[in-house]
Design a protein around this ligand. Structure first.
Ligand code: CO
Length: 208
């Protein structure tokens, strides 16, 4: 029993240490390509994109878009929600729009999203149910369309898309974007869905 516990801890630490090993390799590689790479990055950021994505470990925006450090300003939470009372989101949005002056804002959802799936079920999950209420609002708003679908998987996929569309609307409604629109300096707002199964991004073409 004790040995098994030690083994368990050893395994745990190995995957943990791997992160640092990978980091060192990455630094060496970057410096080999360009010796001033980190010096330049430390001078500041000027990203063109602000992305709101899901926390899901499989949908890392930088990896799937090939964007390097300095290219994407990112806010992530469960089910990529843009909630009007979320100070964390609003602060990131304001900084992106008013200080970084990003050209594009992207809400990026993904099929097979656990947050969306949980919102569709009637199970009790505890604290997170309050957060999922935002998705249940989207369901209520599109009740007719969703209820017309016989297939559960099809409904699941559609809700992922509808949630992105509603979050795009939410972003547009914020005081930050309203102010930028009045000044004629608002970024374009896009809605994307990432298909985990194919690895491909889909633009929902809901540009605002
Ligand atoms: Co998700």
């Amino acid at each position: 029993m004790y040995l098994r516990k030690l083994d368990y801890r050893k395994n745990k630490m190995e995957s943990y240490k791997r992160l640092f090993e990978n980091n060192r390799k990455w630094v060496e590689e970057k410096k080999r390509e360009d010796k001033d790479y980190f010096t330049r990055l430390s001078e500041g950021q000027k990203p063109e994109f602000f992305l709101i994505g899901c926390s899901d470990s499989r949908v890392s925006p930088n990896i799937i878009t090939g964007a390097g450090p300095g290219e994407l300003f990112i806010h992530r939470n469960i089910a990529n929600l843009a909630v009007h009372t979320d100070l964390n989101f609003l602060s990131a949005l304001q900084y992106a729009v008013e200080v970084l002056r990003v050209k594009h804002i992207i809400v990026k959802g993904h099929y097979y999203c656990g947050g969306i799936r949980a919102a569709m079920s009637s199970e009790y999950y505890g604290l997170i149910d309050n957060w999922l209420m935002n998705i249940r609002d989207v369901m209520r708003l599109h009740e007719k369309e969703l209820n017309s679908m016989q297939d559960n998987e099809q409904r699941f996929r559609r809700l992922v898309e509808l949630n992105v569309i509603e979050q795009v609307n939410n972003v547009r409604g914020t005081s930050v974007i309203q102010k930028a629109m009045r000044n004629g300096s608002a970024p374009l707002i896009h809605g994307w869905v990432y298909d985990l199964h194919e690895g491909l991004l889909k633009d929902l073409k809901v540009e605002i």
